[in-house]
Ligand binder design. Structure first.
Ligand SMILES: Nc1nc2c(ncn2[C@@H]2O[C@H](COP(=O)(O)OP(=O)(O)OP(=O)(O)O)[C@@H](O)[C@H]2O)c(=O)[nH]1
Length: 375
């Protein structure tokens, strides 16, 4: 009797819940966990400080909740997060807890989400069992403007988010607070033009709006590139940015979201070298990159790119183009980098002619180019 081949389990989506100290992460998490749709959710809570308290506030505390208590996730990230995720898998695989279909990681308010995302994108075993669904960033509607001004980490948290949730809008009850909230909304739109901004107090932050932020439309299981890339919203924000004066010392003004695109198919080598150069030169300044690429070698199966800082998710290919737009499109969020610099590089590598600019051959044949770039 032939046995059915055992398919590997579907990777479980992981959502990162971030936001500055006191933004309302635990409050929102508690509310979400009461939703019957999230009954099979496992939770990882990162506590900062010797004595963790947050977990005492999480009402749904059971074996499907793992506490990472040894410090800030972004500092002790590898050991703790990996151990926490493995613990959840062990408990599930051994039948200690029922199978869970989703994981939410609540970070401390001070965490830089990038190293956490790196684990989810790069760990050799965990990437087979988990996939990053999205980053949800909570922003306090009353204190948000001050926090963005004072704390660069809060700006980074907003910039790399897939969804932004405004909390405490119920406390916006004076003209000053209303004006501050209007300013805050405008700043968040500039920082993360592709991320919908939801109002928690109005009940907009429900599971169906917060989760399933990945490439695949959860209802149809078909990739929805325009929703995922949000390249149109980014291009619009970029045009608005150009139309206004900016202060290079303000945290938000140092962050730029922009798109590059081309109709013509690009070779795998050219896109590879372009990414290598951008990552090599701008590394940590490249906060996030998402993209879809039409390859010369295989134009019918677009390549999907997803990166956080210098770490690029192993690229995957789609079975087909999901809609009429078959251009190569990359969306990037950078800090302290002028988009024009990256755009020029992109044009050179994609063979898009520009007067007075070196082309790809000139760059890759150059003995002064980084070793990885030389042909
Ligand atoms: N009025 C109002 N208060 C809120 C709202 N969300 C959270 N709070 C309050 O804000 C305080 C901080 O909320 P938490 O949920 O503990 O915030 P947190 O982001 O988990 O905090 P840390 O773990 O310290 O970073 C608590 O007193 C909450 O009751 C909201 O939408 N409206």
């Amino acid at each position: 009797m032939s046995e059915e081949p055992r398919l590997p389990p579907e990777p479980i989506p992981v959502t990162l819940l971030t936001g500055f100290l006191g933004a309302g992460k635990t409050t929102l998490l508690n509310r979400l966990l009461q939703d019957p749709g999230l009954a099979d959710t496992a939770v990882l809570i990162n506590e900062f400080g010797e004595i963790g308290l947050d977990h005492l506030l999480v009402q749904h505390f059971d074996d499907a909740t793992v506490l990472l208590a040894s410090g800030c996730l972004c500092c002790n990230v590898r050991g703790d997060l990996v151990e926490g995720l493995e613990q959840l898998l062990r408990r599930m695989d051994n039948g200690v807890i029922p199978p869970f279909r989703r994981v939410v990681i609540e970070t401390t308010g001070l965490a830089d989400p990038a190293p956490i995302l790196h684990v989810l994108m790069m760990h050799p075993y965990l990437v087979l069992r988990f996939r990053l669904d999205g980053v949800v960033t909570l922003v306090d509607a009353v204190n948000g403007v001050g926090t963005l001004d004072e704390h660069p980490e809060s700006v980074r948290q907003a910039a790399i988010s897939d969804r932004i949730v405004l909390t405490k809008t119920d406390l916006v009850d004076t003209p000053e607070r209303e004006a501050s909230l209007t300013d805050l909304r405008a700043r968040l739109r500039r920082l993360a033009p592709g991320a919908p901004v939801l109002d928690a107090a109005k009940g907009e932050a429900v599971p169906s709006t917060l989760f399933d932020a990945g490439l695949y439309d959860p209802a149809t299981k078909i990739p929805d590139v325009s929703r995922w890339l949000a390249d149109e919203a980014v291009a619009e924000a970029e045009a608005q940015h150009r139309a206004h004066a900016h202060d290079a010392n303000r945290h938000d003004d140092r962050i730029r979201a922009f798109t590059v695109a081309t109709e013509a198919p690009v070779s795998a080598a050219a896109i590879d070298m372009f990414l290598e150069l951008v990552r090599g030169t701008h590394g940590a300044k490249l906060l996030r990159l998402k993209g879809i690429v039409k390859l010369v070698e295989d134009p019918e199966h677009p390549l999907v790119l997803h990166g956080v800082q210098h770490v690029l998710h192993p690229p995957s290919q789609l079975a087909a183009w999901p809609d009429e737009d078959r251009r190569t499109r990359l969306v990037m969020i950078v800090r302290d980098v002028e988009p024009a610099v990256i755009r020029r590089l992109f044009d050179a590598f994609m063979g898009l002619p520009a007067p007075d600019q070196p082309d790809r051959i000139a760059m890759t044949d150059n003995p002064l180019a980084p070793a990885t770039m030389r042909r």
